[in-house]
Design a protein around this ligand. Structure first.
Ligand SMILES: NC(=O)c1ccc[n+]([C@@H]2O[C@H](COP(=O)([O-])OP(=O)(O)OC[C@H]3O[C@@H](n4cnc5c(N)ncnc54)[C@H](OP(=O)(O)O)[C@@H]3O)[C@@H](O)[C@H]2O)c1
Length: 293
């Protein structure tokens, strides 16, 4: 049984929910963040906050001291080789179990870093659980909120493709379960929501919940890229987003599995629940500092 867990990425979309879900369980939690001074009270209350950076191996020793299990996130900005080195360090110091936030389809897609990282993890002596998540609902709250709030539209180049969106809160709970309960080692789970929806259907859900018309203009990749450029987004980010939405466009993001329900012991959250729970965030005036449409 895991008793002491290091949570990485705890200020991020999924990690915050992993820390919260673990804090309800009888485990000691270490929270590794780049800047301990800036974490929210919720995160600080969940466990011991320490300085940790994947790109600074001198921070790894403290983070891995007396740790039985690790929740591992690969931040998009960190090279996969750094994650590989960290995984090997965790193995060397005797970490027993690693739960890795991967992406659905990673086992077959040699082009994404998750494929390589999964293989590195499996090659160690550590027990592992691979959490291969579908597209997060929270992307609508983060990357696309401005379009919804300011322009009343969901501006993603996903065509008519359907997606099995998953709520990051459910991934967080699933991670806490696999790290603290028996029966989940050396397994992979495909974490999806309970349904597939296309973006026209997502727009309809937003319209119903917000009581305001939200459209899905079904932009081309080019139109999407131009808007992101005008907002000053880096080309690498735009290419990543186009790749992700092309997957949806081609119908490759539309697989629903039963893994989330089996792990959670309940139905995972639906898109409508996500929008209802965050309705106020989508109603407020956009207060970002970016400019240009
Ligand atoms: N978005 C999706 O739909 C989706 C679907 C499936 C899988 N994924 C995968 O999920 C992962 C991202 O998870 P997320 O969205 O929860 O993360 P996120 O919100 O992007 O946050 C990244 C986290 O990593 C931390 N971080 C950044 N640089 C770091 C460094 N050098 N050392 C240590 N920590 C660092 C950040 O902390 P600070 O900045 O506070 O230091 C933050 O907590 C990616 O691997 C992505 O491929 C995403």
């Amino acid at each position: 049984m895991t008793v002491s867990i290091l949570v990485t990425g705890a200020t991020g979309t999924v990690g915050q929910h992993v820390a919260a879900a673990l804090s309800d369980r009888d485990v000691a939690i270490t929270i590794g963040v780049r800047d301990p001074e800036t974490v929210s009270k919720e995160i600080a209350d969940a466990g011991e906050v320490i300085k940790f950076d994947f790109t600074k191996p001198e921070t790894w020793g403290r983070a891995l001291t007396d740790v039985d299990g690790v929740f591992l996130v690969r931040p998009s900005v960190v090279d996969k080789s750094k994650i590989g080195s960290f995984v090997e360090a965790a193995d060397r110091v005797g970490v027993g179990h690693i739960a890795y936030l991967s992406a659905i389809g990673a086992e077959k897609n040699v082009f994404i870093p998750h494929h390589w990282i999964e293989n590195r993890i499996v090659a160690t002596d550590m027990e592992y659980t691979l959490l291969r998540a579908s597209f997060f609902m929270q992307n609508l709250l983060e990357v696309h909120c401005r379009d919804i709030v300011e322009h009343g539209e969901i501006f993603v180049p996903a065509g008519d493709g359907k997606t099995s969106f998953v709520d990051a809160r459910d991934i967080g709970e699933a991670a806490a379960i696999v790290l603290t309960e028996s029966g989940h080692v050396n397994r992979a789970y495909d974490l999806t929501g309970p349904e597939v929806v296309d973006y026209a259907e997502v727009a309809t859900i937003f319209s119903d919940v917000l009581d305001r018309f939200i459209s899905y203009p079904n932009p081309s990749l080019l139109a999407f890229g131009r808007r992101m450029r005008r907002r000053g987004k880096p080309l690498g980010f735009i290419a990543l987003m186009c790749g992700i939405y092309t997957t949806a466009r081609l119908g490759l993001a539309a697989r629903v599995t039963d893994d989330s329900r089996k792990l959670l012991g309940r139905r995972p959250r639906r898109m409508r629940t996500f929008v209802e729970d965050h309705a106020d965030d989508f109603r407020v005036d956009y207060r970002g500092r970016e400019s240009g449409r």
